[in-house]
Ligand binder design. Structure first.
Ligand code: GUN
Length: 294
């Protein structure tokens, strides 16, 4: 068996086209979806991510503004900026690029973001809502994986899903999202003994560990769907995921490549969430108007 490659760029184009149409409809009603991005310090990878987020917003027709702070900026200054953005009706989504410098309490900063503008889905309220299957803004990377499965018509209900990696940004929300879609989910992590005994059971294997070549062909069931969320830069400069792509593609039924797999979906789902936030704010404003007219 040779796996079908899931083209993340194609799925991203499809979702972005939907976002573009919804943005045009919003603009016709006088609302331009707006994203505010806060970046603190000069982490080079974060700067690239932020530039790519702004570019994607522009391409789809959203407004975006970046607020860049020096690494030694007091947290009170950043928190005051978030409060101002919470109150700004032109801003529908607020994103604080992570990681923050070490002297920040990231949870406290994220908690300042209005739940209605939390397009990254990292606010504790949205995390809790996700656990109950009710979130408005699912975190972008796992949401992107979920969309990729949907786009390829890969069934999830009743399937054995193994998620490798238990981060707050990917592994944990991924598990909750797929459990919500009636999968049987196991989460493995750095301390899991004998990883292969779990991965071999997976109908759908999602790997987000940040370890090149962690998943070898003998760890994968024939016909499994393999989604590689890892992004690792090798010493020779090559970008690879966590999966031995060439080996595993001979065994899997579907596989996502790196680059060109999950990567383009993360930013796309951020754009999607921001458009949804703008739609919700318009619907909220209309509901308020109806109430005041009643
Ligand atoms: N850093 C790495 N991934 C992400 C993400 O999805 N959102 C934010 N805000 N920061 C990140």
């Amino acid at each position: 068996m040779v796996a079908k490659i899931i083209d993340g760029n194609a799925v991203a184009r499809h979702v972005r086209q939907e976002c573009k149409e919804q943005t045009q409809a919003l603009k016709a009603q006088g609302v331009t979806p707006g994203l505010a991005v806060i970046i603190v310090g000069d982490n080079p990878a974060s700067k690239v991510y932020v530039a790519n987020k702004v570019k994607a917003c522009t391409e789809v027709g959203l407004a975006s503004t970046v607020y860049a702070f020096e690494a030694d900026t007091p947290d009170t200054v950043v928190e005051a900026k978030i409060q101002a953005l919470n109150a700004d009706p032109a801003v529908h989504g607020i994103l604080v690029q992570l990681p923050l410098p070490a002297h920040y309490d990231a949870k406290r900063v994220l908690a300042c973001i209005s739940v209605d503008k939390d397009v990254d889905g990292f606010h504790l309220y949205n995390v809790g809502a996700l656990a109950q299957g009710e979130t408005v803004f699912p975190p972008c990377t796992p949401y992107g994986v979920s969309k990729m499965l949907e786009y390829e018509n890969i069934p999830v209900a009743g399937q054995n899903v193994v998620v490798v990696g238990a981060s707050n940004i990917v592994g944990k929300p991924m598990a909750m999202m797929l459990m919500q879609r009636d999968a049987t989910v196991a989460i493995c992590h750095a301390k899991t003994r004998d990883l292969a005994q779990f991965t071999i059971l997976a109908d759908i294997l999602v790997v987000a560990a940040g370890v090149p070549n962690l998943i070898l062909p003998q760890m994968v069931r024939t016909g499994a769907v393999v989604i590689d969320v890892g992004i690792n830069r090798l010493p020779n400069g090559k970008l690879v995921g966590d999966v031995d792509f060439e080996g595993v593609r001979q065994k899997a039924s579907y596989i996502s490549p790196v680059p060109g797999g999950v990567g383009p979906m993360t930013i796309t789902m951020l754009v999607h969430n921001t458009v949804q936030a703008a739609k919700r704010s318009l619907a909220g404003a209309e509901a308020q108007l109806t109430e005041s007219l009643a």
